[in-house]
Design a protein around this ligand. Structure first.
Ligand SMILES: [Zn+2]
Length: 170
C-alpha cells in the first residue's frame, strides 16, 4: 500500500509528500477524490499529478523530469540507513584487511578472498536470523521512525526538530 505523509507549508496549505516529491492541492473531484500537483509546477513547469481518495493514492504520479528532494523521510520511516557510514565502514575494513594502500596483485587476490569469507559469514548469519546490526543502533532507528511518523500531528515543528536532533544512542 502506497504511503504518503501530509504536513502544513509555511503559508498554511497542505503539502503531500510521496516518494521524495512534494505535491500541492490542485482541485477536488465530485467523487470526493483530490488531485495534487507537483510542487515544482510553477518553478520547473512539472505537470505531474497524483490523486488521493481518503488515505489512498488512487492515481499514481508519472515520472518527474527533475530530481527528488534531498529528503531522508522515507529512509527514517523504514529504519533504513540515512548516512553513508556503512560504506565508509566497509572501506575502512577493506583498508585494514589489505594493511597497505597499493597492494600487489597476489595481495589483492588474498584480500578479496578474505573479504568473500567475511561476506559469506554475514550472509549465513542473516539467513539464520542472527542480528548483525548492533541493538543500540536498531533501537535508535526505531525511535526515530516512530518520531517521524508523528510529524504530521506535531503542532510545534520546532519542538519536533529539537527532539529529532537530541535523539541519542542509549
Ligand atoms: Zn515534479
Amino acid at each position: 500500500m502506497a504511503q504518503y505523509s501530509m504536513y502544513k507549508s509555511h503559508q498554511g496549505g497542505n503539502v503531500l509528500a510521496y516518494n521524495g516529491h512534494e505535491y500541492l492541492y490542485k482541485r477536488s473531484n465530485q467523487d470526493g477524490s483530490i488531485v495534487w500537483r507537483c510542487q515544482k509546477y510553477f518553478s520547473l513547469k512539472c505537470h505531474v499529478t497524483l490523486t488521493t481518495k481518503g488515505q489512498q493514492i488512487i492515481k499514481q504520479p508519472n515520472d518527474h523530469e527533475h530530481p527528488e528532494l534531498w529528503n531522508r523521510t522515507n529512509d527514517a520511516l523504514a529504519c533504513a540507513p540515512k548516512t553513508t557510514n556503512a560504506s565508509e565502514g566497509y572501506h575502512h575494513a577493506l583498508n585494514a584487511m589489505f594493511s597497505c594502500h597499493h597492494p600487489g596483485v597476489w595481495k589483492l587476490f588474498q584480500g578479496i578472498k578474505n573479504d568473500i569469507g567475511v561476506q559469506r559469514l554475514v550472509a549465513v548469519q542473516t539467513r539464520n536470523g542472527i542480528e548483525t546490526t548492533r541493538n543500540k543502533y536498531k533501537a535508535l532507528a526505531e525511535t526515530l521512525s516512530a518520531k517521524v511518523q508523528g510529524y504530521g500531528t506535531e503542532p510545534d515543528k520546532l519542538r519536533y526538530l529539537r527532539q529529532i536532533a537530541h535523539l541519542q544512542v542509549s
